[in-house]
Design a protein around this ligand. Structure first.
Ligand SMILES: [Cu+2]
Length: 162
């Protein structure tokens, strides 16, 4: 794995540890981040932490909820200006790449530090707080949803999906 990605995954792990049990500043009632729906899947709180200066990769966080009666499977993710977006899962401190994520009916899955998350590898340009990235999710049904995700500071992005 790319060195920076290792660092990024370490950051994700550390963020999980350092956030444990601490209550953050008051949460707004309306969630931060992009949102949308595809089929029975509701996608919300889509946010991207700004990469450290010089890095050409970062992660992306979001929440998915399946309000339908059947399982929905996400099997592709892409983003404008990003070479590849991969699905990762942290298991026992190790990163594993997933080909797809199944969202069973009635469940909610957080793509967040320490669990399933997205890695955006090969950024075409500098991504800074205040920028917006068009992130597209594809289901095994072939349906696609594109969501505009704001770039936030790392801590802001983590709080957005808590
Ligand atoms: Cu990762």
């Amino acid at each position: 794995m790319h060195t920076w990605l290792r660092l990024s995954c370490l950051m994700l792990t550390l963020a999980l540890v350092s956030c444990g049990g601490k209550s953050s500043s008051s949460r707004a009632d309306s969630p931060i981040g992009g949102s949308g729906s595809v089929g029975s899947l509701r996608i919300s709180q889509v946010v991207i932490p700004a990469p450290p200066p010089g890095a050409d990769a970062t992660s992306a966080f979001l929440v998915v909820e399946n309000a339908g009666d059947t399982s929905v499977v996400i099997d592709g993710v892409s983003a404008d200006g990003v070479r590849a977006v991969r699905i990762h899962e942290t298991i026992g401190g190790q990163m594993q790449r997933l080909d797809q994520v199944a969202v069973p009916p009635g469940t909610r899955i957080r793509f967040a530090p320490g669990g399933i998350h997205l890695m955006m590898e090969g950024l075409a340009g500098v991504l800074s707080r205040g920028d917006t990235v068009a992130l597209s999710l594809t289901l095994t049904t072939g349906e696609t949803m594109t969501i505009l995700a704001p770039v936030l500071r790392y801590g802001e992005a983590v709080r957005a999906v808590q």
